[in-house]
Every structure is written in C-alpha cells, then in structure tokens.
Design a protein around this ligand. Sequence first.
Ligand SMILES: [Zn+2]
Length: 246
Amino acid sequence: MENERYEGHVVSIKKDLVTFRIDEIDSMIKLLKKGRVHFDLTEHEPEQITGIQRRKAYAMIHDIGMAQGCEQSYEFQKLKVDLKDSFCRKSGYGSFSLSNCSKYVATDFISWLVELCFFKGIPFQFKDLVNTFDTERQVFLCLVHKRCTVCGQTNNIQINHEDTVGMGNDRKHLNHRNHRLEALCSYHHLEFHRLGSKSFFDKYHFHGTKLRDEQLIALKLMSQKQMQEFDEEYEREKLARRNIDE
Ligand SMILES: [Zn+2]
C-alpha cells in the first residue's frame, strides 16, 4: 500500500499537545495495529485524491491483476504503470501519481477501471464503489453485463422492477418498459422484497434505471414481438374498459 492519507480536524491545542479527530479512523487503526505510529502532518488540500479513492484504485488494479494472473508485486507494479498509461492516452490527462493527484483525475481513473472490468468481464470488489463511481452508470452497466448491482456476482441474475409491489412472475412483471429496473442476484432480490424499496435504497444507495425500448431489445430483456403483444393486450383492455363505461 502506497502513502495512505488521512483527513482529520483539530479538536484542541494545549501547548504542543494537539488533539485531532480522524475522519477514517478504522483504516488508520489498521496501520496502528501494524506498528505504524509516525505520521506526517501536512496542510489540507481539498482537491487532492481521498483515502477511499486511493484504496479503491489500488483494489481495482489488484483485481485486474488477479484476473490476468499477476503474482509478484513487480507484476502488479508494472500493471499499474500500464493501466495509468493507457488511461492517460485515452483520456488526454498527463501522467499522474495516485499519491497526490487531484480527486477529479482519481474519479475519472476509477471510472475507467470499472468500465474496463465490466467490458472485459473481470470480477472485482463492488465495495466502496458508491463513493467513487457514478451510481446510475453502475446500475446501467450491471443491467448490460448481467451483474448484481449490490455485490457484482454474475450467477442467477434477476431483473427487479423497482416500482412493482410483490414479486412473482406474472405477465405484467415481464413487461420491462416504463419501469425502473436493476439487476440483482437471487439473494439481493429477496432482500429487496424483504426490506421494501425505501429501506433497500437507504442501505445500498441506488435506484433502478429506465431503459429505452431499443436498449431492452439489445439486452435481450424483451423482444419486439413481446412489446407488440403487450401493446395489443393493453389496447384490448382499454377497449374493454371503454365498453363497460359506455
Ligand atoms: Zn447480489
């Protein structure tokens, strides 16, 4: 792990005894337990990469390395350099360091790593993604690549309708149009229905996203024929209701 940074705020000063409150104390405690007791104190730069971002970037690089069969630390080091190079070439950013780059570069780099993993089907830890990656984009990519939006796994992926009450596989539930959709594994799908959409959102911080007709077809979530059948069915229902009203 390279140069961890912790943000803190001064609580009190008594002569040369300064007390700080540390924002991310859990990860700092881990270092303290390893015997690291000396830390540098530098002025806060609000635009600089955060500790969460740095850990997420390294975790992503680690997951990509594992998928590519890296074992030695020099292999991971080389992978990091290669990934940063190709990100810079694609994005137009100049070379940067994960120890002190701006948080905007870090956000873009992490997003690029996440997209790369989705695109290449590389398994990666979804942990900490909420604070580092565009959530709506994550929901969309999970639908495209059939991954659980909560945990990232690819087995038994089900499409959840956020706005429908109850679950079941009734016909209405198969019409994915005009619904906020999200891909969930069977475990998290059950959890969604157990908690209800509000508590589920409070816990995981994302909502489903609506897809356009052509996206639903491209993702094989619906066929043109199914859409036509639903349209005809609703048309018949509308007519039937009108006949009753008259
Ligand atoms: Zn899941």
